[in-house]
Design a protein around this ligand. Structure first.
Ligand code: FES
Length: 169
């Protein structure tokens, strides 16, 4: 999540054009609409850390589709974020297995420490995101810090995450 560049429309336009060119090269002109939208959204998120809503008309123009279609794709896939994320992202599983093993207690603990679920801290250091199953049910409650899975995610582990996020690493 770190090291993303600030969003600007010109760079977004370039990312979109590059993805469109790639789709045409690979699938031919007929495949571009169906195949290019998701790669475009992924590339934009990869570049800027989120998908700014300002790209909706740009993608719509590029692929000759409606803005509603682009908006629909953006909102259907939960992986696309429409706001900048924190330097670190903590995903907490709140599906059944993890709930039954105390995930809500950890969520409440984090909230009591000033880090509510599905928000980004004011200093931009940490985003906390609710997810439903990380495929780590055997080690419920499960969490994921950036790309690292954490099993048996308890209050103590949550405190370590907060300390790490605060350290500015
Ligand atoms: S239910 Fe939480 S990891 Fe599967």
């Amino acid at each position: 999540m770190m090291g993303k560049r600030d969003f600007d429309v010109e760079s977004a336009r370039n990312v979109i054009a590059a993805e469109r060119a790639e789709a045409i090269a690979f699938y031919g002109p007929d495949g571009e609409t169906a195949t290019a939208m998701l790669p475009m959204l992924h590339a934009l998120q990869e570049t800027f850390g989120y998908v700014d809503r300002a790209v909706i008309p740009l993608i719509a123009d590029s692929l000759n589709v409606s803005k509603a279609e682009v908006h629909g794709a953006m909102t259907f896939y939960h992986d696309f974020k429409d706001k900048p994320q924190g330097a670190h992202v903590l995903k907490i599983c709140r599906a059944e297995s993890c709930q039954s093993m105390g995930a809500e207690r950890v969520v409440a603990h984090l909230a009591a420490c000033g880090h509510k679920a599905d928000t980004t801290s004011a200093d931009g250091r940490l985003s906390i995101e609710t997810v439903y199953c990380l495929g780590n049910c055997a080690l419920s409650p499960a969490a994921m810090l950036d790309d690292e899975l954490i099993g048996r995610f308890d209050e103590e582990a949550a405190d370590s995450v907060l300390a790490l996020a605060k350290e500015g690493r």
